[in-house]
Design a protein around this ligand. Structure first.
Ligand code: NZQ
Ligand code: ZN
Length: 387
């Protein structure tokens, strides 16, 4: 294990009815907040009303930014920054999934930055200060509720880039599993694939000596396999929704990658897909992941895949490593298909036209420290396998 520092400042209130704590938490830190939400699901399922009741009860004023897009856009972040500055806002309250929370991180940091917030995803600046951010999570997927990362798109330039900064952790996140009951089955499936992908990205690393993190990763994967289908079949199954929600936070809150290099290969490839075609993040990951696994399988990596197969899919540990590895990858593909997720890019109407450019852009953000280093040609091959 390499040296590491672990610090997560986010206060989590987890469970049914925890929204009751929101108003007091905000009132300790902010007097007038920007309430940020997406296409309106929070109005239909009552979360917006519950959050606003908290603001009113604790004397917190607010302004609103609505219509945050899935794969949130920089134009919306800029609009939020403008509102914060014009109205002297001193906090941001995100009501939604990863897109709303990521947009809110851009707004919270952008409001205190003397420049264009696109500088953060563009890698020209790292956020150093941000308004306090409060989140009410409505979807188990990205882990944005407990991490310092935001991913923002610029459709004009076909770019989708991440930024992070320790000031971007939410101050407080409300995780009420009942708030995910209204999530459509397709989004539940995409969210489950995203949680699993975060776990894979951490698990398949060149350093395999953090036994605690790796065992937790396997438990998260087993939990997704158990509860993803349950949540789709029975949307108001509290146990299933609660486990998915907590899995999502732990898959990317930093614990799984302590002491090892993690390079997020499949995510970099998927972000290019979303940048060019605006695909749902978890859907892109579900298509690419099994193909990436097949591509990087070798004599050197087969033992890791075999361990994954035994721990997550209950494969016989006595199987020859290559056989077990191939079976584990097959099971991964079959599981995503059983959730109704597409298996090919063709199903999304995507052809090979931009593969070279996408691969070059993905490669720019670093593929040397990945589980298996990949060249531009390798990445193109994985896109082609996914057609
Ligand atoms: O817009 P609304 O009306 O809220 O509807 C959303 C949206 O259409 C809907 N939804 C969410 N909660 C719901 C609900 N509908 C009914 N009931 C509910 N309870 O679901 C749709 C998708 O929401 P979105 O926020 O886009 O999904 P997700 O949480 O998967 O976020 C995806 C974004 O996060 C980025 C992705 O790249 C993508 O841009 N990521 C962020 C990460 C991070 N911050 O750490 C890491 C991830 O790897 C990922 O890249
Ligand atoms: Zn992801």
């Amino acid at each position: 294990m390499k040296n590491f520092t672990y610090a997560i400042p986010t206060v989590i209130h987890f469970g049914k009815g925890q929204i009751e704590k929101l108003g007091a938490e905000i009132a300790q830190r902010s007097r007038k907040v920007l309430v940020v939400y997406g296409g309106g699901s929070v109005k239909r399922n009552g979360i917006y009303d519950a959050a606003l009741a908290q603001l009113k009860a604790h004397g917190v004023e607010w302004a609103e930014l609505s219509g945050v897009e899935p794969n949130p856009r920089i134009a919306t972040v800029r609009e939020g920054v403008r509102l914060c500055r014009e109205q002297g806002l001193d906090g941001v309250l995100a009501l939604g999934g990863g897109s709303v929370i990521d947009c809110s991180k851009g707004v919270a940091a952008g409001a205190l930055y003397d420049g264009d917030p696109w500088d953060f995803p563009a890698g020209k600046a790292v956020p150093e200060k941000a308004l306090p951010l409060f989140t009410v999570l409505t979807m188990a997927a990205t882990g944005s509720e407990m991490d310092s990362i935001a991913v923002i798109s610029n459709p004009e330039t076909n770019e989708k880039e991440a930024f992070a900064g320790s000031c971007c952790y939410p101050a407080v996140s409300i995780l009420d599993p009942t708030y995910t009951y209204s999530l459509p089955a397709a989004q539940t499936a995409a969210g489950t694939a995203d949680i699993m992908s975060h776990t894979f990205e951490n698990y398949f690393s060149p350093i395999e000596t953090n036994y605690l993190a790796d065992s937790l990763a396997e438990a998260i994967l087993r939990s997704c396999v158990k509860y993803g289908p349950k949540a789709m079949e029975t949307p108001d199954d509290y146990e299933a929704r609660a486990n998915l929600m907590w899995n999502a936070s732990w898959a990317i809150n930093g614990f799984l990658d302590m002491g090892k290099p993690v390079a997020w290969s499949v995510h970099r490839m998927e972000h290019e897909l979303s940048a060019f075609y605006d695909v749902t993040h978890g859907v892109g990951l579900a298509i690419l992941t099994p193909n990436w696994m097949r591509y990087v399988l070798s004599d050197k990596t087969e033992a890791r895949f075999a361990r994954y197969g035994a721990a997550v899919w209950g494969l016989d540990p006595a199987l020859p490593a290559r056989e077990a590895a191939e079976a584990a990858i097959r099971k991964t593909r079959e599981f995503f298909s059983s959730l109704g997720l597409p298996a090919t890019l063709a199903e999304l109407g995507i052809g090979p036209e931009h593969f070279e450019e996408m691969a070059r852009k993905a490669r720019n953000s670093g593929f040397d420290k990945t589980f298996v280093p990949l060249s531009v040609e390798d990445i193109v091959s994985i896109y082609r396998m996914s057609l």
